[in-house]
Design a binder for this molecule. Structure first.
Ligand code: CDP
Length: 223
């Protein structure tokens, strides 16, 4: 069934490539707005972790479908953020493991996986105002929301940011997989407002988004 934005509360979409600053911006923005923060990448990561933990290779689509059909994927809201729980386990501490970093872009290319994540996001938006970060939030998951942003940064800055977080993450490989996959590749939605964060602080980016949201007609009480 096709859902339209009328079925949903307000959704601010923040898309962009790895380490572009989406998470810090989206989390800070959600706090300012009093909206729930949802990191859609964390759902892809949780699914990837679950598959790896069960010894399922990320190429084995039949086993992936079976595993996901029988998995209980739920979420809870705590501290203004959505947390994914899979088979009653909260995988938060494992979402940025090296092996998850290496496999998540493979797992996220399967339409079945994308459908599960989109359904979760739609469920959330039926009951809460959201700031959702990801790759296809403005283009595919909530195409009718008027509040779309695409956050980018130069490849050098993105690499520095990941290194500063002490993570080993093959950003270039993940970018390639995300931009080139057949289903819901990373694109800039036509009506998205693009922000290059290479030389901006999180606070500056949040301010730019809030200003734009007001111009677009979102009534903001917290600034
Ligand atoms: O934090 P970072 O931007 O590096 O990644 P993430 O948001 O945690 O997303 C991890 C991976 O999940 C991405 O590289 C994509 O392959 C996938 N993803 C996606 O396909 N669609 C989304 N809406 C969000 C994430």
């Amino acid at each position: 069934m096709h859902s339209s934005q009328r079925d949903f509360h307000r959704v601010v979409a923040i898309d962009g490539p790895a380490a572009s600053g989406k998470s810090s911006v989206a989390r800070a923005l959600a706090r300012r707005l009093g909206f729930v923060y949802v990191n859609s990448g964390a759902i892809y990561r949780a699914i990837t972790w679950h598959l790896l933990k069960n010894g399922i290779h990320t190429e084995e689509i039949d086993r992936i479908s079976e595993a996901l059909e029988s998995a209980a994927i739920t979420s809870r809201i705590g501290d203004g953020e959505s947390h994914i729980v899979i088979d009653y386990v909260d995988p938060a501490d494992h979402l940025r493991d090296d092996r998850v970093n290496q496999s998540v872009a493979h797992v996220s290319r399967f339409p079945l996986v994308r459908e599960i994540v989109a359904q979760k996001l739609h469920e959330h938006a039926r009951s809460e105002d959201l700031v959702v970060e990801g790759r296809d939030i403005g283009s595919v998951v909530f195409p009718d929301t008027p509040y779309k942003f695409y956050v980018d940064a130069s490849p050098e800055v993105r690499l520095q940011r990941r290194a500063a977080q002490g993570e080993r993450d093959e950003i270039a490989l993940r970018d390639h997989a995300d931009f080139s996959r057949l289903v819901s590749p990373l694109v800039i939605a036509e009506d998205a407002h693009v922000i290059d964060t290479s030389h901006l602080t999180v606070e500056k980016v949040v301010h730019e988004i809030l200003t734009r949201l007001q111009e677009t007609g979102l009534r903001i009480q917290t600034i």
